[in-house]
Design a protein around this ligand. Structure first.
Ligand code: OAD
Length: 245
């Protein structure tokens, strides 16, 4: 593909890698029409204030506003389709002897594409849970937000808000994969939000080859072995095509 420079050393590393881990961020879903967070103009946080929409305090202050914003985003991801970047990671899961997919995305598009084992660090916008008891609720009535059929508390999206802990056990699993892999791919993330942003550094410390796939530079860029400048939906399929056979 013209303009895509995939170093041959990287192709060799991918062919030889026994254990591969990939961390994805909202950039991998950009080509599916799902907005990122921090891209100027188009990013959600350029248009909306996260303090008003994505914190437990915001939900306590204005549950209706927060619920309706997440409903809007849920409709948006509900009509989105996986793109070639998501599909390339499905192929990588089949091809690599051992593969772990870690995502910060809440859109569920990796699973729709066919990825089987996905560690969701920030939850999933398509699930709803009780804001008091934490249990996942699949059937509920009207209301904005609706009420928990068991205890009557407000329901909320099963996502991580600013200031909240990651879902139990997910960071430990992700960290284990980062520390145990030969090749770590950081795809479509600004590498700004911790603890997820710490994972490639754990991989580096353990001696893995670290690759970044992103059209823009990030704070991680100076540390990676290979920075592939381009869109995930173009770079990933090309990387796989070059390393097959
Ligand atoms: P950001 O919006 O911070 O970063 C998106 C990254 O994707 C940027 O570095 C873009 O350059 C890159 N990008 C854009 N289009 C791309 C494409 N087609 N292919 C590859 N990369 C592309 O989003 P995240 O890093 O995912 O947290 O943000 C991390 C977390 O911050 C999110 O999970 C969310 C947010 O607040 C929570 O909601 C808890």
């Amino acid at each position: 593909m013209p303009g895509l420079d995939i170093p041959s050393q990287l192709v060799e590393v991918l062919r030889a890698a026994g254990r591969v881990a990939a961390l994805t961020g909202s950039g991998i879903s950009a080509e599916s029409g799902v907005p990122t967070f921090r891209d100027a103009q188009t990013g959600l946080w350029a248009r909306y204030d996260p303090q008003e929409l994505a914190t437990p305090e915001a939900f306590a202050r204005n549950p209706r506003l927060v619920w309706e914003w997440y409903e809007w985003r849920c409709d948006l991801v509900g009509s989105a389709e996986p793109n070639p970047g998501h599909r390339a990671l499905v192929e990588l899961e089949h091809r690599a002897p051992h593969f772990t997919l870690i995502t910060q995305n809440v859109d569920g598009l990796h699973q729709t594409a066919g990825s089987r084992a996905v560690i969701e660090l920030h939850g999933n916008i398509r699930r709803t849970r009780c804001s008091q008891e934490g249990i996942i609720v699949e059937e509920y009535g009207d209301g904005s937000p609706p009420r928990c059929p068991r205890c009557g508390a407000f329901l909320r999206p099963d996502v991580v808000w600013f200031g909240e802990m990651l879902p139990a056990g997910t960071l430990e699993l992700a960290s284990e994969a980062a520390r145990g892999c030969d090749l770590f791919l950081s795809i479509g993330t600004s590498s700004l939000v911790y603890p997820a942003a710490g994972l490639p550094y754990e991989a580096l410390e353990s001696g893995a080859t670290v690759v970044e796939i992103n059209p823009s530079e990030t704070p991680l860029t100076p540390r990676v072995h290979f920075a592939l400048r381009g869109r995930a939906g173009e770079v990933l399929p090309e990387l796989l095509a070059r390393s097959s056979g």
